[in-house]
Every structure is written in C-alpha cells, then in structure tokens.
Design a protein around this ligand. Sequence first.
Ligand code: ATP
Ligand code: MG
Length: 180
Amino acid sequence: MELEPKKGMVIVYTGDGKGKTTAALGMCVRAVGHNLKICILQFVKGTWKYGELEGLKKLGPNVELHVVGKGCVGILGDKLPLEEHRKEAEAALELATEKINSEKYNIVILDEINVAVKLELIPVERVLELIESRPQEVTLVLTGRAADPQIVKVADLVTEMLDIKHPYQLGVLAMKGIDY
Ligand code: ATP
Ligand code: MG
C-alpha cells in the first residue's frame, strides 16, 4: 500500500490515555522518511516541550511547527480570561486554514484541537468546515481528549487512547523523554 494515498485521511487521536500527541509525532517521523511535508499547529497549550521542539528541529526543514495557543486553559495557574484563549484559538484556526489550503504540506497536525472545541474556544462547525473544504489530498491529524462526535463521524481513522495505568496516579511527575 502507498503511504501517500490520493485522498488524504482525517485521523483523530483522542481518549484519556497518554499517547495522542506522541502518536501524531510518530507519524511525523515516518512521513519525513518519505520526504513528505508536515505542518504542526498547537491549539490550547502555548508551550511545546523541550524534547519535541528540539527533536522536530532535527527532522529538518520538512517539518514546520507553530505554537499558537496561550498556555493551559483553566489549569496550572492559568490567569488569562477565556476570551483571550478564544482569540488565540481563533488565530490558530485561521493559520490552520491558511496552511491546509497552501498545498505546501502533505500532512497538517492540529494538536489539541479537540480540547479547543470541547472548551468551546472554537465552534465544532468551523472544524467540520475546515475538514470538508480542505484540498482532498491533504491528511489532517486532530489530537486531544474528548473529540466531538461530529468530528469522529467524518474522520477516516479514529483511535481512542484508553487510560489503563499512568504513573501520575502514583504521584510520579512528568519524565524526560517520555512526557517532555
Ligand atoms: P503525550 O503528549 O504524552 O502523547 P497526550 O497527548 O495523550 O500525551 P495530553 O492530554 O495532551 O496527552 O496531555 C499531555 C501531558 O499529560 C503529557 O505530559 C502526558 O504524559 C500527560 N498525560 C497524558 N495522559 C495522562 C493520564 N492519563 N494521566 C496523567 N497524565 C497524562
Ligand atoms: Mg497531547
């Protein structure tokens, strides 16, 4: 089977278990091996972790990364009003639209976009529109827990990460190379 089908896929990684963003990054590694072009946009969380930022640089010019969101919404000392987050999410969506339609990328990863929809920073209709109106050969990857059922419905591939066990529950904090 060809890695690059004529019609791009709509892929959703969702669920409470760990591995959604890592799955998208893993795809990125494979795709670069085929010299495909990838654009990653971060919704909701403003800061990418050191490991992925530096790691992606090592993949070279085939991977472009944009961090748009302004920090974790509603948690970890978030002091920004929701309206600020909404503006950021809107900016991320506009940039996503531009990138998807630029025809410069084979794959566009919309990291944590499901969370942006869940928190009502972006209306689900906008995301459905983005999926529907994209150039058909572009593959989209949408990550984040609690994916909207309407997005799940239109997607071609949906994986739900199931949280069976996570060391966080034993008080183990984020680990280098595993979580950041
Ligand atoms: P990762 O980036 O490791 O693939 P993820 O994208 O599936 O995780 P997010 O919801 O984006 O998960 O959460 C990001 C951070 O929260 C990661 O550092 C991850 O280790 C941690 N995390 C993910 N799932 C869980 C969980 N079930 N319990 C505790 N921490 C979690
Ligand atoms: Mg994630």
